[in-house]
Design a protein around this ligand. Sequence first.
Ligand SMILES: Cc1ncc(COP(=O)(O)O)c(C=O)c1O
Length: 379
Amino acid sequence: MKTGTKFIHAGTEPDPSTGAIMTPIYQTSTYVQEAPGKNKGFEYARSQNPTRKALEEALAVIENGKYGLAFSSGVAATDAVIKLLSPGDEVICGNDMYGGTYRLFTKIFEKYGIKFHYINMQDADNISQYLNSSTKLIWIETPTNPLMNITDIAAVATIAKGANALLCVDNTFASPYLQNPLDLGADIVMHSSTKYLGGHSDVIQGALVMNDADLREKLYFIQKSCGAVPGPMDCFLVLRGIKTLHVRMQRHCENGAIVAHFLRNHPAVAKVWWCGFEDHPNYEIAKKQMRDFGGMMSFTLKDDSIENATRVLSSTHLFALAESLGGVESLINHPASMTHASIPKEERIKNGLTDSLIRLSVGIEDAEDLTEDLNKAIG
Ligand SMILES: Cc1ncc(COP(=O)(O)O)c(C=O)c1O
């Protein structure tokens, strides 16, 4: 199946009881059993739900994997992956990840004795010096949030295999339309489905996709034991979102390219971070592992004061000032005080995330309206 057909039909069969073309929202907590242990494959909704099952099958299909698991948020999906580990285990991860991932690692899991190495992942060779017999997981986010750094997934997958460690890729920014990490050798793909998969800023959800049956069993056990499962209505929304992912992403990419070039040519803009520029430090890797470059970007102004950045952030009309990304509507965000506020300032600045950085999630409106809105706000 080609991409569009795959996204529309992934995981969905007409409902066997009525023929409903859309998977029903099975709003139930439990299932009546004929006799103890005799049931239709569903016992209790924390463990199984038909709407969630359809979504999990769709997640597997769109990431070219065998198994999908849906969680109540992106961080709940990340949390499940780290719960595969034991005290003393080590993780190598990027030093410019999403702030909530960093917070989960530093504030929750470090105290359980898991050691995290936060390193520059733009050059895969940096990883080797942190590998040892305790390394159990390499965690990458590419492109990164918000600096659009790119990591070579295939190169890191080779390193992870050599070290007998798992590789998990946070594919939230790219979405499966642009990049499929399992095809490049990753063991697990993670998503904040809240973003492009849902696509309409109306749901919080997370996902994991994998190929290995044993790994699926371990993660399913964590999912049902810890209980961070999404409700059936939310599963329905993400299932519906997936059906239009390819058309939305196509427009996100077209608009992203227009807005990135507009910003780069604007006399008041100092620097634009977007992985589709040919002079992006890892452009060649982005071109190799992604099908296009998406609608996420960040920029700074020549008058690099926090006051000037705040003025721009408060002056757009179409770009709504809000956390999150990947919805049909364009958003503008101030990472230092919003999405990345949980990273200590010194750490943030050291890794290039300055106080005046502005992040955009370019939506699928008409590009001309978007550039006009930015032009008026930047002044
Ligand atoms: C790259 C990335 N990973 C993970 C998350 C966490 O996802 P959620 O907010 O759905 O828990 C986010 C949220 O912004 C994100 O941007």
